[in-house]
Design a protein around this ligand. Structure first.
Ligand SMILES: Cc1cc2nc3c(=O)[nH]c(=O)nc-3n(C[C@H](O)[C@H](O)[C@H](O)COP(=O)(O)OP(=O)(O)OC[C@H]3O[C@@H](n4cnc5c(N)ncnc54)[C@H](O)[C@@H]3O)c2cc1C
Length: 269
């Protein structure tokens, strides 16, 4: 849709051209959410796609995903065959209630910074132990994790003017065995629960998203211990919206988590 409140679009080509933050600013990634509803408080867009960051870079210790990398670029890229966890990229893209038309524009960083419980790039980053690099307006960087960044539905710890620059996935996690479970109340509905499990050197990590108001990471033991760990999650965390009630989400999460960990345990033995 046209955003009638916007009077300025800044297209920085270099970091020094990124303007200092001002009230009414919004960082523009792919714009699939920003342009999908009125933005009455916004009058200036900072289009970070103009910065021309390389979308993906394989480094000595893993994968750097630029915040501006589109979902399509992520799922179409080739990776070393031993990075088995990259199979999650396509599964997480499929978990969005978005067609391939959205994938071509929506960015990984936009999905994370929007901080919807059903943000599947959030699930991916949580499950694969991502380190997020954030540009601060004073020219310095800070790093954080997804569970520190996302504090609730549409809530993050990003300060005004901060820009998510990149998402680093460590090679160790990319080589580990992973599996995903997702449920929604309608065949093409938004995720009611999205869980990803990863077999680490000494146990299992479980990332819970969509069912809770923010991403949760659990160290999972046996399937029964996992169910019990889920029963200890505070009732405040379970999320209710038109896509499912908190009770339903808690119930299906426990079921899916048990099943998911059982699969990882079986594959390991
Ligand atoms: C049909 C349809 C279905 C959708 N389904 C889902 C879904 O299932 N789950 C879901 O989570 N979303 C969904 N969305 C919402 C949205 O399209 C996606 O979350 C998408 O990934 C957002 O990415 P974007 O690059 O378009 O973000 P934008 O619209 O550009 O930005 C989203 C928000 O993040 C901020 N932002 C963007 N990039 C950065 C950055 N690098 N640093 C700091 N702030 C930044 C923006 O200021 C804005 O507040 C859907 C949208 C449509 C139209």
């Amino acid at each position: 849709m046209d955003l009638h409140t916007i009077d300025t679009i800044v297209e920085p080509r270099a970091r020094r051209e990124v303007p200092l933050p001002a009230p009414g600013d919004a960082i523009l990634g792919g714009g699939t959410w920003l342009y999908s509803e009125p933005q009455p408080g916004t009058d200036r867009l900072i289009d970070i796609t103009a910065l021309g960051w390389p979308s993906l870079a394989i480094t000595d210790d893993g994968l750097d995903i630029a915040a501006t990398c589109t979902i399509e670029q992520l799922i179409e890229a080739s990776f070393p065959p031993e990075w088995t966890a990259t199979s999650l990229f396509r599964q997480c893209a499929d978990a969005l209630v978005a067609s391939f038309k959205i994938w071509t524009t929506a960015t990984v960083g936009g999905n994370i910074c929007l901080a919807l419980p059903a943000g599947s790039m959030i699930a991916l980053a949580a499950a694969l132990d991502a380190t997020l690099t954030i540009w601060q307006p004073d020219g310095t960087d800070r790093t954080t994790t997804i569970t520190e960044l996302i504090t609730g539905p549409r809530r993050t710890t990003l300060a005004p003017g901060e820009i998510l620059r990149s998402i680093h996935l460590p090679e160790t996690a990319l080589r580990q065995d992973v599996t995903l479970r997702r449920i929604s109340q309608a065949p093409l509905g938004r995720s009611g629960a999205l869980l990803i499990g990863r077999a680490t050197a000494d146990g299992y990590i479980l990332a819970i998203t969509a069912a809770t108001d923010r991403p949760l990471l659990l160290e999972a033991g046996s399937p029964a211990e996992t169910r019990s760990a889920i029963s200890r999650i505070s009732s405040e965390r379970w999320y209710t919206d038109p896509h499912g009630t908190a009770d339903w989400r808690e119930h299906v999460t426990a079921m899916l988590a048990e099943d998911l960990v059982a699969e990882l345990v079986e594959r390991r033995t």
